[in-house]
Design a protein around this ligand. Structure first.
Ligand code: SF4
Length: 329
């Protein structure tokens, strides 16, 4: 399959500064060597607890935060660009292809302007400056996200959470992107509304041949929408596989623990519950060896000193970073 984005060894490290002279006393390794491919037309799910670096990674892929190092090759129409190294001018040009939907679109909407007034700017920049055409584009989009077209003339505070998220989706799609990063896009919504918005995202993806990077802490939501899933822990990917395979036979103890907390439709209550003890360690002071070792129920001596590499399992599409994996192999 053709890759839309190829990410290699991406790092985002922040300095920790202290005192009046703001001396650097350490580093937060928010993203610490992520490599992955996003294939054209797929939904790649990214899961992990808060603080695992998934949001920072999503933003770094779109250059909303600047990576410390690594490569983010974007394979656009007939050209390849390293977004991590691209200049502002070039990023500006490519920005319309790469959009993001946040958990709460309200925070990025201006309460003093109608939706139309604030959605004009990106349209003017990337599609048309003609007001009538802009209204037509937005009317079509509002219809596509199941909102009345005249909602564009209202103010952000007039909408419910679900409606705002539909507006957020319409806004992201208004510039005809190829890749949309959905960052906890349904997490703030009621469960019933979540399902509607997920279905809408699926439909829009098919209609408009979109590719999604779908970031969420919610394993069930990701299972519903993702084709492949990567599990992040302390800034690294510790397991990645086609969704069906990951949910049916997770190999990393951390993935097993995340999954044992949700009811399984196939295994039901027979799945053994693995309870994680302790919190996610600070990315400013990650543990030695396997970053999961202080919380792992299967920890061995080697785990405390040696970082396990990412190993490719027999199925050919499943990678895992654990000294004990594959289980029984
Ligand atoms: Fe647990 Fe060791 Fe595997 Fe890390 S490498 S997940 S500590 S068994």
């Amino acid at each position: 399959t053709e890759n839309l984005l190829s990410v290699s060894d991406l790092k985002v490290h922040y300095p920790i500064r202290k005192g009046v002279f703001r001396r650097t006393v350490g580093q937060v390794k928010a993203v610490d060597g992520v490599s992955l491919e996003i294939r054209r037309g797929e939904v790649l799910g990214i899961v992990g607890e808060s603080g695992c670096g998934k949001t920072t990674m999503g933003k770094a892929l779109l250059r909303l935060v600047k990576p410390t190092s690594g490569e983010v090759m974007y394979h656009g129409a007939g050209e390849a660009t390293d977004l991590a190294a691209a200049r502002e001018r070039e990023l500006d040009r490519l920005r319309s292809n790469l959009q993001i939907i946040f958990q709460d679109p309200y925070s990025s909407l201006n309460p003093a302007l109608t939706i139309f007034q604030q959605m004009r700017e990106p349209l003017s920049r990337y599609r048309t400056k003609n007001r009538a055409e802009q209204r037509e584009i937005l009317a079509d989009l509002f219809t596509a996200v199941n909102l009345p077209a005249d909602f564009m003339d209202r103010y952000p505070n007039e909408f419910s959470g679900g409606q705002r998220q539909r507006i957020g989706i319409a806004r992201a799609l208004s510039v005809n992107p190829e890749l949309v990063v959905c960052d906890e896009a349904v997490s703030a919504l009621d469960v019933s509304v979540q399902a509607q918005v997920l279905n809408l995202l699926q439909e829009l993806k098919e209609e408009r041949q979109l590719t999604y990077l779908f970031i969420s802490h919610n394993m069930s939501v990701v299972e519903y929408i993702a084709d492949r899933v990567a599990v992040m822990y302390l800034g690294r990917i510790i397991e990645m596989a086609p969704a069906e395979e990951l949910y049916a036979s997770p190999q990393h103890p951390y993935t097993q623990a995340l999954l044992s907390a949700i009811p399984s439709p196939t295994l039901g209550e027979r799945r053994e519950r693995i309870v994680l003890t302790g919190d996610v360690p600070s990315p400013a002071a990650p543990p030695s060896g396997c970053p999961f070792h202080p919380r792992c129920p299967f920890v061995q001596e080697i785990c405390r000193t040696e970082v396990p590499g990412l190993r490719l399992l027999e199925s050919g599409e499943h990678v895992v970073s654990c000294h004990l994996a594959p289980v029984g192999g």
